[in-house]
Design a protein around this ligand. Structure first.
Ligand SMILES: [Zn+2]
Length: 264
């Protein structure tokens, strides 16, 4: 099975992980910029990180025959600092032209604060102006309220929902995301969803505009969780075409809205 992982923080994974991912059928990954475990003290630190994601990481992935794409953005967990956040947004603009950058992300909400909403709004406006893909992080708690705020902003700012992946959905939010016409990301990760819960949602809501990712990072997580989800779909007797749609066709369609995404 050919697989694309739509959300994977390879920055915090080893080269051995790339090796295992390649052996398991993962041919491409999308890496969103995120919170690295402690807050960065300047915009420079964010820019250095973006530079790493657009130079070192795609080269490391290519050695394992994995195509590496990124979405760059000011993450919500550090968005309380408006000075740094708006400087980062301004200074990341030239980097959006780099060859592996296909959009903006992961932007979104962490605690649904006013400042987070300001930083999210500015980046959604930028994505709309430049017609870029967006990957949106939804909060752990209160998730439903956060998703409502995000979907309201996406509509109010006039983004094309075909270019928007609202991520980390649960049973509580997935219907809202799908009804808004956005792509619905499900993250199979110990503190988010089990493969069982993700497959139950696929069984209930179908495969249209559904995406599965690992969000593997520096915490206990699994860069093969998309593969395990595909395996569970198979053992439940779901058609091969449905499995392929979830782990290959859908991410390819979504990412393919960027002309830079070259996975055939
Ligand atoms: Zn993430």
């Amino acid at each position: 099975m050919r697989i694309i992982d739509m959300h994977c923080h390879m920055y915090s994974r080893t080269t051995d992980d790339y090796e295992r991912m390649q052996l398991a059928g993962i041919e491409a990954v999308v890496e969103p910029a995120f919170w690295g475990g402690c807050d960065k003290t300047s915009a420079d630190s964010h820019l250095d990180y973006f530079n790493h994601l657009t130079t070192f990481e795609p080269a490391r992935a290519a050695k394992r025959n994995i195509k590496h794409y990124v979405v760059l953005g000011m993450n919500s967990k550090e968005a309380e600092n408006l000075d740094i956040s708006f400087e980062v947004i301004e200074r990341m603009k030239p980097l959006l032209d780099r060859p592996n950058v296909i959009g903006i992300g992961e932007i979104g909400l962490n605690l649904n604060t006013e400042n987070e909403i300001k930083v999210l709004r500015a980046q959604l406006e930028l994505a709309r102006q430049l017609n870029l893909l967006v990957i949106i992080h939804t909060p752990h708690v209160p998730k439903l309220e956060g998703v409502k705020i995000i979907l309201r902003l996406v509509k109010e700012l006039g983004l094309d929902p075909n270019l928007v992946d609202v991520d980390h959905n649960t049973e509580e939010t997935i219907e809202l995301t799908l009804k808004a016409g956005c792509w619905a990301g499900m993250t199979v990760y110990p503190t988010k969803l089990s493969p069982e819960r993700a497959v139950d949602m696929i069984a209930k809501y179908g495969t249209e505009r559904m995406l599965v990712n690992s969000s593997a990072d520096w915490e206990t997580s699994d860069p093969l969780s998309v593969c395990r989800t595909a395996q569970l779909m198979r053992s439940r007797g779901m058609p091969t075409a449905d499995i392929q749609k979830i782990v290959w066709d859908n991410p390819r369609t979504f990412c393919g809205h960027s002309a830079k995404f070259d996975v055939r």
